[in-house]
Design a protein around this ligand. Structure first.
Ligand code: ADP
Length: 432
């Protein structure tokens, strides 16, 4: 495109130059014609054609030739062998024939009308133009060559850059085994090497992190299991003691109540820790064990398992199937419904299930105390509670919402919470 544009521009400039040159020549010859007509007027007035011819002969060896005619008859000619028959045009009396510029002026003396025609050759311009044309053609050829080399270079650069960009995108998506395109040389070579090195380091660091994470998860799970066995023993012993001990002993009775409550709390904590580490383990190992199930039925089951009696639960559920872990989704829903029951002091809960594009959307809304906005960003963190004392009182572990978030993440879903007049938890889970 650049070459075509340059060629057109060069051609246009040449034409401009040519016409400007001829314009100048035309002007010059017109002035000369006027001067010559003044010079020849006395000879014509005397009808002294000899003197006229002598005057014209002065131009014989020059590029300019003069012809004087009277009624189509040549009466003087600067180059006797070269004669032209020229039509006189009243408006534009200048002609360009090939490379020669002609100018004719009528000279009126008495009743006689003469025609003076001056012509000059313009060979020099054609030579100059030919030279310029040659230079332009060579410039265009060199230009084409340079553009082709440049285009090849840019194309190679683009190919290398594109390859490197694709590799970087794959690495950013977590594919550390992707083949990194390394150009043979050039400025992109070092960049590609650096990306390869970075990908290798990231991969080994991630493997290391996963190992540590898995170790931490296993360690917590092992401790919880170890605690669970003696705890079950303690709980059974407390139960037996409660049946055996006489009710009229207030100290023993109080101690037994505390023992029972605290061991129940410890039991809930151990159970929640075990649930969390199980979900984390599955996420790390990427073994999801998913099945297709009806989400509306799972919501109905969760409501039933919460045994909510003094609170009205309104449901509006579409019949939607998802691919996931039924038991985990049920656990997450129980946690959310129980929270609404425990913390909100609301007299009703609305639960809806709808399909939004390619997602199933569950909304759990209560009309209770809500969660102050400063707590909302941290509400899904482990052991984060709005009111610690009240949460403990209610038997909460501070892990309920963390479990919900982890379950939803395992399903590649998302959970958000809105608080105003009560709380609304919105869960979206992809359908496929
Ligand atoms: P826990 O397991 O102790 O119940 P969660 O992680 O489930 O803890 O909840 C964290 C905190 O969020 C709770 O301490 C409670 O103060 C607050 N919360 C959760 N759900 C609601 C709700 N529906 N209304 C008001 N507060 C809530």
């Amino acid at each position: 495109m650049i070459i075509t544009a340059l060629t057109i521009l060069a051609k246009f400039q040449l034409e401009q130059f040519k016409s400007a040159y001829f314009e100048e020549e035309k002007e010059e010859i017109a002035v000369l014609a006027k001067q010559v007509s003044w010079a020849v007027k006395p000879a014509l007035a005397d009808k002294n054609y000899k003197e006229l011819q002598e005057f014209c002969s002065l131009f014989k060896d020059s590029d300019t030739s003069i012809v004087v005619k009277k009624d189509d008859k040549v009466i003087a000619d600067s180059s006797l062998e070269d004669q032209y028959v020229i039509e006189v045009e009243p408006e534009d009396n200048t002609f360009i024939i090939s490379q020669t510029v002609y100018h004719s002026v009528p000279i009126k003396i008495g009743d006689d009308t003469y025609t003076l025609t001056i012509s000059t050759t313009v060979q020099d311009i054609s030579k100059t133009i030919a030279k310029a044309k040659k230079i332009i053609i060579w410039s265009i050829i060199i230009g084409i060559f340079v553009v082709i080399i440049l285009a090849l270079y840019v194309y190679n650069m683009y190919k290398s850059f594109n390859g490197l960009q694709n590799s970087a995108v794959k690495i950013s998506e977590g594919d550390f085994d992707t083949e990194i395109f390394i150009p043979r040389e050039g400025i992109l070579y070092e960049l590609a090497c650096a990306v390869k090195k970075m990908s290798k380091r990231l991969k080994s660091q991630i493997i290391e992190l996963r190992k540590l994470e898995s170790f931490r998860s296993d360690f917590i799970a092992s401790i919880s299991h170890e605690i669970k066995t003696p705890l079950t023993g303690i709980l059974s012993a407390v139960e037996i003691l409660e049946e055996q001990v006489k009710e009229d002993d207030p100290v023993v009775s109080k101690c037994l109540t505390i023992l029972n409550k605290q061991s129940q709390r410890l039991n809930s904590l151990v159970q929640d820790v075990l649930r969390l580490s199980e979900i984390e383990k599955r996420k790390l190992a990427e073994e999801k064990d998913f099945k297709r199930f009806n989400l509306a039925n799972t919501i109905r089951n969760s409501i039933m398992l919460c045994t909510v009696s003094d609170i009205k639960v309104n449901t509006k559920l579409e019949d939607i199937e998802i691919y996931g872990d039924n038991a985990l989704i049920e656990r997450a829903l129980i946690n959310l419904i129980m929270n609404a029951v425990k913390y909100s002091k609301s007299d009703k809960i609305d639960i809806t299930l709808t399909q939004k594009e390619n997602n199933a959307e569950i909304r759990i809304r209560d009309y209770g105390v809500g969660i102050p906005s400063e707590h909302l960003p941290r509400i899904f963190e482990h052991f984060y509670r709005v009111d610690k004392a009240r949460s403990r009182e209610m038997g909460g572990t501070g892990l309920g919402l963390a479990i919900v978030k982890n379950v939803i993440n395992l399903h590649n879903g998302n959970i958000e919470v809105f608080s105003g007049n009560g709380c609304e938890f919105v869960i979206t889970i992809p359908l496929f």
